[in-house]
Design a protein around this ligand. Sequence first.
Ligand SMILES: NC(=O)c1ccc[n+]([C@@H]2O[C@H](COP(=O)([O-])OP(=O)(O)OC[C@H]3O[C@@H](n4cnc5c(N)ncnc54)[C@H](O)[C@@H]3O)[C@@H](O)[C@H]2O)c1
Length: 376
Amino acid sequence: MSGSGMRSVSIGLPTEVKQGEQRVALTPSAVALAIQRGHRVLVQAGAGRGAGFPDAAYETVGAKLVDDAAEVWSTDVVVKVKEPQETEYAHLRDGLTLFAYLHLAAEPALTTVLVDSGARAYAFETLTDRHGLPLLAPMSEIAGRAAAIVGAAHLSSVHGGSGTLAGGAAGVPPAKAVVIGMGVAGTMAARGLRGLDAHVTGVDVDLQRLYDHHLDGTIDATQVSEPELVGSHIRDADVVIGAALVPGARAPVVVAEEHVASMRPGSVVVDLAIDQGGCVATSRPTSLAAPTFVAHGVVHYCVTNVPGQFPRTASSALSAAVAPRLLHLADDVAAGRAGTHDGSPALPGALNVADGVLIHPAVADAFPQHPRSDTT
Ligand SMILES: NC(=O)c1ccc[n+]([C@@H]2O[C@H](COP(=O)([O-])OP(=O)(O)OC[C@H]3O[C@@H](n4cnc5c(N)ncnc54)[C@H](O)[C@@H]3O)[C@@H](O)[C@H]2O)c1
């Protein structure tokens, strides 16, 4: 029993199976918080190893280490980083509460499996608070910083790029970068590219956001997000960063194929929005093992788990944001409040699927073939 007299629940922390994924959703100190609250935590052996957290660190705080993924998935609440992969679909079942990144608008097969399974699925990326999207923001911050690094690096001829150095040289203008969507990820990418002395144009539908960024010097120029106007900047761009988001929905396609085709050969697209389907028409998902492809002579970097390659930083940042919400979710599951449309008041916007029904309105809009909650 927990200190509050509430029923305790079991929490499972599986090892990630997505290609190249080294993150873990909870650090040992976060697991300690759940155990102090009276919950039981099962950690799959090796879950934290890639992020620098050995099994012994979890055992020391009182977690039970298990080898078998199925045993971890048999707990009341499974918390993990990436959306379940095909090999994990068999673990999804009635009575399970899942708390993870889901990106369902870009995952039709997973959505069908979740609806059919009866599981309750809470998505990190749609949870809202008065500041925005608190469980997406830490990874967007990291992915944005990484996008500046990989974008500039792939301009090198060694990586098939045009051989343009981001900052230029005396008498030679800098590279031109266009950032689509000046939210958390776009802002960090713009800062990184400006730090390399590239010329950065920020694109958004939110004019107030563009105004603020222009005033604070994050970007050199602003452009409202109208595809034809954006296209004229894309033609001259050396690097395009895709980071536009409408929470829960498929990403808006802001850059048309003809605009990609108009770019100089060896220019680079880094489409972070690929996890929601991509905001560049020519984007398709790639992996950390094979991160790029070339289309119309343009190098495309469309990795769906960019922070997965920085697991030490990313796991600590993610765990810090997830842990307090997980404790609320576990309390709600213990009290029988979770899974109802107005349940889990501490996790507004996070519930995507429950009892065979799509709950989040934008996810439900993306899949009209599935039943949706009456209240969405
Ligand atoms: N690939 C990865 O590994 C990875 C990692 C982290 C985040 N992401 C993704 O990056 C994307 C951005 O996340 P974020 O946290 O920065 O979101 P955010 O909500 O902070 O910012 C999104 C921005 O997009 C703008 N926008 C919406 N529609 C637009 C349009 N049509 N044209 C231009 N701008 C538009 C919004 O006004 C907002 O400023 C998301 O899809 C997120 O899932 C990807």
